[in-house]
Ligand binder design. Sequence first.
Ligand code: ATP
Length: 233
Amino acid sequence: MSILNIKNLNTYYGKSHILQGVNFNLDKPGCLALLGRNGAGKTTTLRSIVNLTRPDSGEINFNDLNLKDLSTYEIAEKGLTMVPENRGMFSSLSVLESLNIINNNYNNSEWNIERVLESFPQLKTKLKNSSTSLSGGEQQMLAISKALLTNPKLILLDEPTQGLAPNIVLELIEILRKILSEHISLLIVEQNVNMALEIATEVSILGKGETKWNGTKKDFKKNIAYHKEWIGI
Ligand code: ATP
């Protein structure tokens, strides 16, 4: 059984053919890093997987379930959720209200607000604060907390380190390692290739909307010079 299998994904924005054949596979629990230059189509790939942008063709299987025709909410109920690049914060909602909304809409068999706050004690002292008043690192923690409250088996993370100070990035790496140790898989889009390689087991490279390379981190590291053209490091 594969965690996530993407076959020949094609997605358009209007008449622009953005994804032109995306293929990758996470065949066992772990972390896949989706790398590529700006505009390669990484965010569009994540949005297509959770049907925030409807793909035109291709196949997306999650735990061998074909996601075709499922809504974003139904996909989250099946255990696949996305943390968007803007972290999905609403200024009108406090930290607690943000957590409650998710908590009230999903089955809380594994994760509930108490358990999430034990994992992110920094949020405990800020429950009444507006979500957008939090620091970048705290916002990322809140976004991950909200994802955990959906009881996921796979979380898609779009550039989680964006705008974070180096010490907060290290903290985030530890958080993501802990999540992986809970048998939750990750698909991470990152410009910070070194950070992504700290936690990834598999790598997929996207260039101009097409998959250019798939393989293990070990094989990726053997020939980083070859991949430079597509990942821009
Ligand atoms: P970045 O790191 O800059 O976010 P990315 O690899 O995530 O890049 P996407 O955001 O998926 O790339 O964008 C892929 C292409 O789709 C780009 O050419 C972008 O301009 C285009 N695009 C993105 N969103 C839209 C939209 N809503 N409407 C039209 N074109 C879009």
